[in-house]
Design a protein around this ligand. Structure first.
Ligand code: ADP
Ligand code: MG
Length: 703
């Protein structure tokens, strides 16, 4: 990405407004007026052949009439004129197109958008939009949009896919007291996308946190890459998280992979913090834009009221940063700033008698103490104390302690005086919230950021050409047969190419062959129907386990064939799979989908017949390595079962992690071939005893 070009688009030194209008209420008028009102310093060139002057600015008939150079052009013309104007811009040497005009891919006119992209490419221009509100920057005194004013000044940057939300959030910054330096409406992202903005912001001294409203990404992997490389915290609110395409999915994984889960995992892998709703986006943005990450788990809470202290304690546990008792020397010191009946344990309860001095002294001590890694200061409004004075005392203590790498969040519970005190705190760089759990949630975001910085790393992965070649033989044969579903036997052969521990499985085409194979493999065996049209074999009465001898084998053979024919009369039956009977183990599931946004995505969870009911599964965009595999094990609700719960010995998580890594390599290598797959169940044994994949399924991409 060319940084200079992005600067010309987002921090232009001169701007043309194409489609400038002299009629108040028109976008071409509003944009001009906004540039003027925001105090934009560079030259602004209104372009409109039928006006000579608008808002006191000289108006030009065409770009060619402008003698000075132009960095960016804001397009407000009707959609049918955009491409011709873009051509003019290219000829004039404009580098950035801010295309407000709508009527492109969002209404099915991708052709117009493609033409715009082609023109931009031809002249080396970058495009923001189309279909946007524009872009706003406090540090550049630039409101190049039709949002009515610049946001409350601050240190965050908002990038949003919803223009309406930008305008609303812009106004809300003043009532919520959350400041932004920039707001960027990203629209259709035909060229510049969210990842490009994240990259560009790395070098922007005025922005410390990137706040995203996402409806849908186009290139999920590019996003993950830029997230990982970001030098600043990123927080995302994702909308549209209801499950999609689940009903039509052929595999377990397909039906379990809702958009929400895959996005959630991708955010984690990108090092992106999530917001649960719009309020939460504002609240977390405030803390992330003002405070450093919370490096450890030693959190101290100072309060003047027991109630808010307990609420904070509950919230701390809920948000994953449970409180601990403070060490003795901290408690001893704290006791000096409270009456007999106070509590120094943590939360430190200074009691309702606490005035500015006690607050100031205890906060100063707390931040300076080596045990304390983060501090939450709570205050309940009382008749005896002055909220603003307390706020000033807190800020003074923070400054005097001089510890810039320890985060502090504050909550004042009370009325107008408390609200004013919190506004003062925020203006002075200290995030403050109207309820204790909000201050804790903000602190949790700072902890999540610290943790994500450590875990959101590129996994080790290199394609395995030999395995891929072996797998392709099986896949090509199935395709030649006109199929996109592999049989269990074929799927297991692909798995085997990647060294996945599958049960020995062979195909019998007659009763006698079945008996011979069963003897070769050794009783007891498992017998299953092999038909590309019967994917869920048990449903068709197509699985018989624990076949102990020849007589049972013959009987099972005939029963399975009969059941299969009853289930689907015209099913193409390849025969019966005879396989070793694996000993009982903990049933887990591994699966994959090929997500339209993120590509190959791996799933892990507790398996067995209840997998769709319990939905105890987790996802990662592939590839993942062993380290990330273990993170996945710890994420499911049944994590404790793998660790050895209720007298059970711990399961072989090491072997399982290796299997997850191999599986993820398989779906990555075969990205162009595999649409969905699963291994259900994977039976996991106790530590040191490995695991067995007893069932395998692969659905190919349609070609
Ligand atoms: P499907 O999922 O198509 O119905 P499976 O191959 O998963 O069929 O078989 C159903 C169940 O039978 C499995 O969940 C597992 O409990 C058991 N099973 C299948 N194959 C074996 C095997 N080789 N060893 C032990 N148990 C098996
Ligand atoms: Mg199965």
């Amino acid at each position: 990405m060319n940084h200079e070009d992005m600067n010309k688009l987002l921090k232009p030194k001169s701007i043309a407004v194409i489609g400038a209008s002299a009629t108040p209420g028109k976008i071409g008028y509003t944009v001009l007026e906004n540039l003027q009102k925001s105090g934009y310093q560079g030259p602004v060139y209104p372009i409109n052949p039928s006006a000579t002057e608008i808002l006191g600015m000289k108006c030009y008939a065409s770009l060619a009439d402008v003698s000075g150079s132009i960095d960016a052009a804001v397009m407000c013309v009707p959609v049918k004129l955009v491409n011709a104007c873009a051509e003019d811009c290219g000829k004039k040497g404009v580098k950035g197109l801010i295309v407000i005009t709508s009527g492109f891919s969002e209404v099915g006119r991708k052709d117009l958008e493609d033409e715009l992209i082609a023109t931009a490419k031809k002249y080396g221009m970058r495009i923001l939009g189309p279909n946007i509100v524009g872009t706003l920057s406090n540090s550049d005194k630039m409101n190049a949009s039709f949002a009515p004013f610049l946001p409350l000044d601050g240190k965050a940057t908002l990038v949003t896919q919803s223009g309406a939300l930008l305008i609303a959030m812009d106004a809300a910054t003043y009532t919520r007291r959350v400041g932004f330096d920039k707001m960027v409406s990203i629209g259709n992202m035909c060229d510049v996308d969210i990842a490009d903005i994240i990259d560009w912001l790395n070098d922007d001294p005025n922005s410390t946190c990137t706040s995203l409203y996402i409806e849908g990404l186009k290139d999920g992997r590019k996003f993950i890459k830029s997230g990982r490389a970001s030098k600043k915290p990123i927080i995302a609110l994702k909308s549209g998280v209801s499950a999609h395409g689940a009903a039509a999915a052929a595999s377990h994984t397909g039906s379990l992979a809702g958009a929400a889960k895959v996005y959630g995992s991708a955010f984690k892998q990108a090092g992106v913090i999530q917001a649960s709703d719009l309020d939460n986006l504002f609240d977390r943005t405030l803390a992330l834009s003002l405070m450093p990450p919370l490096k450890g788990e030693n959190l101290l809470v100072i309060t003047n009221g027991g109630g808010v202290g307990v609420l904070a304690t509950d919230a701390a546990e809920r948000y994953g940063i449970p409180m601990k008792f403070a060490p003795k020397d901290v408690q001893d010191e704290m006791k000096k700033h409270m009456p007999e009946f106070g509590s120094a344990k943590n939360p430190v309860d200074l009691t309702g008698m606490a005035g500015t001095e006690w607050y100031t002294e205890s906060v100063r001590f707390a931040i300076s103490h080596s045990w304390v890694e983060g501090l939450i200061v709570l205050y309940c409004e009382t008749a005896m104390t002055n909220p603003l004075e307390i706020a000033k005392g807190i800020k003074q203590a923070i400054d005097e302690a001089g510890q810039k790498d320890k985060p502090v969040t504050v909550s004042f519970v009370g009325g107008e005086k408390s609200a004013a005190a919190m506004a003062w705190l925020v203006e002075n760089g200290v995030p403050a919230y109207g309820a204790p759990d909000l201050a804790v949630n903000a602190m949790a975001a700072l902890r999540e950021y610290a943790l994500l910085r450590e875990t959101a790393k590129e996994p080790s992965y290199k394609p395995n050409d030999a395995a891929r070649k072996a797998a392709m033989k099986i896949i090509s044969a199935a395709r030649a047969d006109g199929r996109d579903a592999l049989t269990e036997i074929e799927a297991k052969q692909v798995f085997m190419a990647y060294n996945l521990p599958v049960t020995t499985t062979e195909l019998a085409k007659s009763e006698d062959e079945a008996v011979a194979l069963a003897k070769k493999i050794g009783f007891p065996v498992v017998m299953k129907i092999v038909s590309p049209e019967i994917l869920h074999k048990s449903d068709a009465g197509g699985v018989k386990v624990n076949i102990k001898d020849e007589a049972a084998c013959r009987e099972a053979y005939n029963t399975i064939i009969k059941n299969a024919k009853a289930y689907k009369a015209d099913a193409n039956i390849h025969g019966i799979a005879i396989q070793e009977m694996a000993p009982w183990g903990t049933e887990t599931i591994l699966g994959s989908t090929n997500d339209s946004t993120f590509g190959p995505t791996i799933m892990f969870g507790l398996g067995g017949i209840f997998v769709e009911v319990l939905k105890d599964v987790t996802f990662r965009v592939a590839p993942v390595d062993k380290v990330q595999a273990v993170e996945m094990f710890d994420e499911i609700r049944a994590a404790a079962i793998l660790k050895g719960a209720r007298g059970e010995s711990p399961r072989d998580r090491k072997a399982l992690a290796e299997t997850v890594e191999k599986y993820s390599n398989m779906i990555s290598d075969l990205e162009d071939e595999i649409s969905e797959s699963d291994a259900n169940p994977v039976l996991v044994y106790e530590e040191g005893k490995g695991l067995k994949v007893v069932d395998a399924r692969i659905i190919l991409k349609k070609k």
